[in-house]
Design a protein around this ligand. Structure first.
Ligand code: APR
Length: 179
């Protein structure tokens, strides 16, 4: 599914983010930047040990939830890797929507600062961190659409959704938000 936000393209793709040929890939990391399961595990496996070497050297204190930091992308077919730490879902009244929106905004700002024209996002917080998919889709898409309307870059933003459930939730939300 593809929509145009001004001159920018916003796409939903069902697939594996480690295969995406983009300028920047975003990782759903933990606050220690210690690696883990889910998309984080897949990215470190595909990208190799250079990624962890770089984050250990540059960010020994890790990264706060809602923030984003950049590293090398190792063997991934991308120029940069951005690590952002999503909120753990605690029922929705603990600042989760604001923290999740901040992950997308800060990652997009880093993407632009690094001169990247294309970026691929996973559905941050919707796995181990338990954020309900439909609610996460609303927050993710709204923050990306708002950023693109305001900043008019990057040119190409993709959500790479792992499985039909995630793709369906994002597609339903996007249809409503661009109607
Ligand atoms: N490509 C795209 N999406 C993927 C991939 C992949 N290869 N693998 C998993 N996903 C999806 C999941 O299906 C989920 O929808 O990424 C989404 C985010 O899930 P998690 O990876 O579990 O991330 P999150 O919920 O933000 O939890 C972060 O998980 O392993 C850890 O180190 C990580 O502790 C951190 C926590």
């Amino acid at each position: 599914m593809l929509v145009q936000i001004g001159k920018c393209r916003l796409q939903l793709v069902q697939g594996d983010i480690t295969q995406q040929q983009v300028d920047a890939v975003v990782n759903a990391a933990n606050a220690q930047l210690a690696g883990g399961g889910g998309v984080d595990g897949a990215i470190h496996r595909a990208g190799g040990p250079d990624i962890m070497r770089d984050t250990d050297a540059r960010y020994p204190d890790g990264c706060f939830p809602g923030e984003a930091v950049a590293s090398v992308a190792g063997l991934l077919p991308a120029a940069h890797l951005i690590h952002t730490v999503g909120p753990v879902w605690r029922g929705g009244r603990d600042g989760e929507p604001a923290a999740l929106a901040s992950c997308y905004r800060k990652s997009l700002q880093l993407t632009v600062d690094l001169g990247c024209k294309s970026v691929a996002f996973p559905a941050i917080s919707t796995g181990v961190y338990g954020y309900p998919l439909d609610l996460a889709a609303n927050v993710a898409l709204k923050s990306v659409i708002d950023f693109l309307k305001w900043h008019k870059q990057p040119d190409d933003v993709r959500f790479i959704l792992f499985g039909e459930g995630a793709f369906g939730a994002f597609a339903r939300s996007l249809e409503i938000q661009v109607a």
